[in-house]
Design a protein around this ligand. Sequence first.
Ligand code: 2YG
Length: 275
Amino acid sequence: MTRLISEQIRSIPEALNYYDDELKTKTGFNLKEIAAVAAGIKDEQQLDTKLYKVAVIPVTAGLGTIEGFSEAIWAIAGHLGFSAFITSSSDVSGLVEAYERKADLALLADDNKYVAINLITRHVAENDQATASGYCAALANMAGGLNGKEVLLIGAGPLGRAAARFLAKTGAELIIYDLDKKREILLAETVRTMYGVKAIEGLALGEALKRYPLIFDASPGENIIRAAMINDETMIAAPGIPLGLDSEALAVASDRLIHDPLQIGTAVMLLTALT
Ligand code: 2YG
């Protein structure tokens, strides 16, 4: 599980409107619309999010709180229209406060899990699944649908495995790459047998990047995607942290790249936990 650092998230609150405009330009959808698609909500207009209270609960367990983490996810909840507050206490006292203030949803993370919990229905939405489905929806919107198209999936860890499921559901054919060849082969097998779509593995990354312009980078690999391997056709959904593109590749593909440390995953978690 990647642990974010404060530098990656502390500017999220003030940059959210700009971030959302960019997302709309790239995918045709704003953050709430993408989250609604990923959460399977037909008309997100019906969703009167301001009626719902979200308690963000800081958690000091393990390596402790990350400066700016609560504020970032509080801002994302507010951006989606929720009545959100950060509990004045952390941990168990924060959970008590969430109930005392009649929160509908609790948003909290330790070093192993980041979840949205519906305190009424007990529905739990987890970050990996939510991030995978949100980024899959974003790539599908950018590419004008993925049915019958080939998508290169980099990373067969928890995020990549969740993404494989959602990508398969769009009808995409998958090319699976992971540094760990056992994981790569296992995921390709799973995709073929469980999800019933074509999946190939065994290609070198540079080769695969040159051949397949639709990319889902779920890996924590840094500078693995270089300018020589991509072109104007390339579209990348990159939930993996840190970003896999190096600075030249970023210059080539930045307006066809979806990448953020928390926004899409948090938005999908909240709407998924709500429904
Ligand atoms: O409450 C706090 O401030 C801390 N207990 C939060 C710790 C979060 C640790 N997890 C991560 O940093 C990431 N797994 C969060 C999700 C990243 C999604 N790309």
